[in-house]
Design a protein around this ligand. Structure first.
Ligand code: AP5
Length: 221
């Protein structure tokens, strides 16, 4: 199954994509994670992307699309994937259609995680990420068992540099400017599923799995 996760910063795209990827046994492709790996590895792409990410603005479409094209050339995506963080605007949605068409792939479902602003702010300002395996925690919502240490791999937890108040505001502005056209694009394609996502992660995951299961069981025309 080929699934896209859309939603504002802090909607839980990364959290749900990881859980769905385990549940459906599909690779999780996160453009944010790939960009952060490039920044910490000090690659050419990372050097170009760093300033945009720190300011909370989008990295230029061409750079991210080229990066994604390389990821789509890896064989593990043949049975499907969970795509998180792309597309971010209508240009990227059209570029994605082209990338997929060249590879004879079609998107099955687009989940739009609907989240309210107070919830977003609380989630992002308390987020902790494992430096080693990338799993997300939250200071109060999903605290680690041992302070500052990942439950799964023992890696150190850190706060993302773009989770500062000013940068969060900027990311939300960028998101709001682009989201409407993206939503209507996938609504018109008949692929969009709106999923309420203010509740705890387990409840949201159950909703997503149910929608994926219903799609899987439905007759295809
Ligand atoms: P990216 O990494 O994609 O960030 P984002 O879209 O801003 O989303 P986040 O990762 O902040 O939030 P999320 O929805 O994944 O929430 P999470 O699961 O972590 O992009 C970062 C930057 O890279 C961009 O600003 C841009 O510069 C660049 N970039 C990336 N893709 C790009 C593209 N396509 N084009 C151009 N530039 C691009 O959850 C957040 C917190 O809440 C966690 O602490 C988690 O534990 C907690 N939580 C999650 N769900 C729940 C729940 N249901 N209940 C309680 N707590 C929860």
């Amino acid at each position: 199954m080929k699934i896209i996760l859309l939603g504002p910063p802090g909607a839980g795209k990364g959290t749900q994509a990881k859980a769905l990827s385990e549940n459906l046994n599909l690779p999780h492709i996160s453009t944010g994670d790939i960009l952060r790996q490039n920044v910490s590895g000090d690659t050419e792409l990372g050097k170009n992307a760093k300033a945009y990410m720190e300011q909370g603005t989008l990295v230029p479409d061409a750079l991210v699309t080229e990066m994604l094209a390389k990821r789509f050339d890896q064989p593990d995506i043949k049975d499907g994937f969970i795509l998180d963080g792309y597309p971010r605007n209508i240009h990227q949605a059209k570029a994605l259609d082209e990338l997929l068409k060249e590879r004879a792939i079609t998107i099955d479902l687009v989940f739009y995680l609907e989240t309210s602003e107070p919830v977003i702010i609380k989630r992002l300002s308390g987020r902790l990420v494992c430096a080693k395996c990338g799993v997300n925690f939250h200071i109060t919502n999903m605290p680690p068992k041992v302070n500052g240490i990942c439950d799964f791999c023992g890696g150190k937890l850190y706060q993302r540099t773009d989770d500062k108040e000013e940068t969060i505001k900027r990311r939300l502005e960028v998101y709001k400017k682009e989201v409407a056209s993206l939503i209507s694009y996938y609504e018109q394609a008949g692929k969009l599923k709106r999923v309420p996502a203010d509740e705890e992660a387990g409840i949201v995951l159950e909703r997503l799995i149910k929608l994926a299961q219903d799609y899987h069981d439905s007759p295809k025309v």
